[in-house]
Design a protein around this ligand. Structure first.
Ligand code: NAP
Length: 254
């Protein structure tokens, strides 16, 4: 099968591409750096010609609220129109658990807009909503820490390894469309402040972590349901403590 991975050069896209190729599929890594741009539409028609499946794991280059919304709306509109013309059989997109629960979070508003456009299209689809990647915990620390203190919510948190996300996407892409949402989370649930504490210890960062129920997560206060999955999510196998032991300095943007 020909599978096009939009955002195929990114963190998830690279891992997903490798896993799909190991299964013998023809996989194209589509991204601006490989000549495919979902915002301008450049290269889209050509790369989708003969494609059976599209997996969208692209991300906005800017995390400013209006830029994120504009990216996911424009990108999804262009991509879904081009997929319709190319008669693509399955559209898979990677979204975030809780996207519909935190309207104060600008990034989540962008992902929700992306999901709505997918649901409104005629292409069979599956949306995989994952919790925060382990690689993103460093980004959370950067967003709410100063030189001495990192102030975060004690709300429940259940992050997942990017390897587990890529593995789940393989199954979703090669399975039948569910025309709905599949949730994915990591194997361990703990409070966000405890997760950040473990991350700081592992990265030799001596800052103090303060748990504060009013601390905002990218603009939104959290409760125990904000970032955790509903009933019967798919669970990853990599534990945060094991990942930390192997990747003590790892961190990404979003
Ligand atoms: N971080 C988290 O905790 C988390 C949790 C759940 C879901 N997610 C979702 O996971 C997805 C993938 O995240 P990631 O960390 O793997 O992203 P990433 O490493 O930042 O990669 C982003 C990819 O998007 C591509 N891209 C940017 N602009 C594009 C455009 N105009 N047209 C086509 N491709 C474009 C980039 O291409 P270039 O390399 O050419 O720039 C790159 O391949 C995102 O949609 C995010 O919402 C993230």
């Amino acid at each position: 099968m020909k599978i096009v991975v939009i955002g195929g050069t990114g963190l998830i896209g690279t891992k997903l591409t490798n896993k799909l190729r190991q299964r013998g599929h023809e996989v194209v890594q589509a991204a601006p750096s490989t000549g495919v741009n979902t915002i301008t539409g450049g290269g889209l028609g050509k790369v989708l010609s003969g494609a059976d499946i599209v997996v969208d794991v692209s991300n906005s280059p800017s995390f400013e609220d209006s830029a994120v919304l504009s990216f996911f709306e424009t990108s999804s509109r262009n991509l879904l129109a081009a997929e319709t013309a190319a008669k693509v059989k399955l559209h898979v997109a990677l979204s975030v658990v809780g996207t519909d629960r935190l309207p104060e979070n600008g990034y989540f508003r962008g992902k929700l807009a992306q999901e709505r456009l997918i649901r409104a299209s005629t292409i069979p689809y599956t949306i995989l909503r994952a919790t925060q990647f382990f690689e993103f915990v460093g980004g959370i620390v950067d967003s709410c820490g100063d030189r001495q203190i990192v102030r975060v919510s004690p709300a429940l948190f259940q992050p997942v390894a990017s390897d587990d996300v890529a593995a789940a996407l393989v199954d979703v892409a090669l399975g039948a469309p569910v025309s709905g949402i599949v949730e994915l989370a990591g194997p361990d649930q703990f409070s966000l402040d405890e997760c950040v504490r473990q991350y700081l210890v592992a990265t030799n960062d001596s800052r103090k972590v303060v748990a504060d129920i009013h601390a905002r997560y990218f603009g939104a206060e959290l409760d125990d349901q904000s970032l955790t999955p509903g009933e019967n999510p798919r669970l990853g196998s990599v534990r945060f403590a094991d990942w930390l032991a192997g990747h003590p300095k790892c961190g990404t943007s979003v």
